[in-house]
Design a protein around this ligand. Structure first.
Ligand SMILES: CC(C)(COP(=O)(O)OP(=O)(O)OC[C@H]1O[C@@H](n2cnc3c(N)ncnc32)[C@H](O)[C@@H]1OP(=O)(O)O)[C@@H](O)C(=O)NCCC(=O)NCCS
Length: 171
């Protein structure tokens, strides 16, 4: 199976924040942002694998900036590493200044998707080939994040999480 670059899965979705999508402070409701990120990430994982993909886990979400009513929000997702049947997808969220068009990073998240066949059975995906410096950094950190996610899900013994443990081990 031929490897692919993050550019080949990059998915950009821009939409605005409507009143029905806000909380009592008139900022975008967290669950609405999670759904938008899930949709963009699902398309990115589908572009990488050309398979049906399902969300296996949400590994990380940081709601750093509130997103006010009326904001123009761009969600950008791309596969940051691929394994046997699973893919890590990195999502960046930007808000755009209405008057000068300047984009500010508001949030980011990391999801894991699994490619499946028509019966829901996990199926192989192409490898990921990072190109830029940022893509390389995200690729290198991904294995630790996968191990952490599997340990938390009770699917990996902490002792087997070699790369994750190395983070906490002094030389
Ligand atoms: C995701 C799913 C296909 C995994 O099935 P499974 O029987 O655990 O399959 P496996 O153990 O073979 O794992 C498949 C891959 O997922 C990875 N995986 C499973 N759980 C994971 C987790 N919590 N975090 C990170 N990766 C995970 C495994 O490491 C494996 O990756 P690899 O093949 O690239 O090494 C299955 O649990 C499922 O269908 N879940 C429901 C998905 C869904 O409906 N999502 C929407 C939620 S509303």
């Amino acid at each position: 199976m031929e490897s692919k670059t993050p550019a080949q899965s990059r998915t950009t979705m821009t939409d605005m924040v409507l009143p029905s999508e806000t909380n009592a402070l008139q900022n975008l409701f967290g669950g609405e942002l999670l759904a938008r990120m899930d949709r963009a990430a699902s398309i990115a994982a589908g572009r990488h694998s050309r398979r049906i993909t399902v969300t296996a886990s949400v590994n990380h979400v940081a709601f750093n900036l509130a997103i006010p009513l009326g904001s123009v929000v761009t969600v950008e997702a791309a596969v940051s590493r691929a394994y046997n049947t699973s893919m890590e997808v990195y999502i960046d969220v930007w808000i755009e200044d209405r008057y000068n068009g300047k984009k500010t990073k508001a949030n980011e998240a990391i999801y894991t998707f699994v490619a499946v066949d028509e019966t829901g059975k996990p199926t192989e995906v192409p490898e990921l080939r990072p190109e830029t410096e940022l893509e390389q950094i995200r690729y290198e950190g991904a294995l630790r994040r996968k191990q952490l996610s599997l340990v938390l899900a009770g699917k990996m013994k902490p002792d087997d999480a070699t790369e994750l443990k190395a983070l906490f081990t002094k030389n």
